[in-house]
Design a protein around this ligand. Sequence first.
Ligand SMILES: [Zn+2]
Length: 169
Amino acid sequence: MALLNVLVYPDARLSQISQPVMEFSEDLRKFMRDLEETFRSFPGCVGIAAPQVGRFERIILVDISEKPKHVNHGFLVLINPEITFYEGSSLGREGCLSVPDYTGKVERAKFITLKALNQKGEKLEFQMSGYEARAVQHEIDHLDGKLFLDRLVSRRNALSKRAEIPTKP
Ligand SMILES: [Zn+2]
C-alpha cells in the first residue's frame, strides 16, 4: 500500500470533472486500498474523493463515525454516487484536505437519498441526514470539480483561517 499525494488549491486539476467507474478491476481495488490508507492518515478527516489524489474517477470515501453525536452509516466506499433526492437546508462549517488553511460556511441539503455502487459493483442506497449528508455532498462536489470555496454563503465573512496548531517543543 502507499500514501497518495493530495492536490492542494489552487491546483487546476481540482476543477477537473471525474468520469464514472466502468470496470471493477484489480487495479481499482489496489487504488481503493491506497485511497483508504491516505484517508486514514489524516486524523479527523471525514471524507476524500479520488480526484483529490489525481485519479479522475467517481469514487469517494466517507466516514463520520468518529463524530459520535451524528447519526451515520460507518465507513462508506461510494462508487459513481448520485444524489436522487434533496430536502431542507442547513448552514455549516466545512474544511477540506485540499484547502488545508481555511474553513468555510456552506449551505447544504439536510436530507438526501444517495445511490452508489460498492467495490464489487453492487447497488447501494442510503437515506442520510445532517453531518453525514453534508460530507457526502462535499465529496460529490469534488467529482464535479467544485470546492467548498465555490459555495461559500458570503464572500466577506464565510471564510476563516484555521488557528495555528502550536507545535510541541
Ligand atoms: Zn474536500
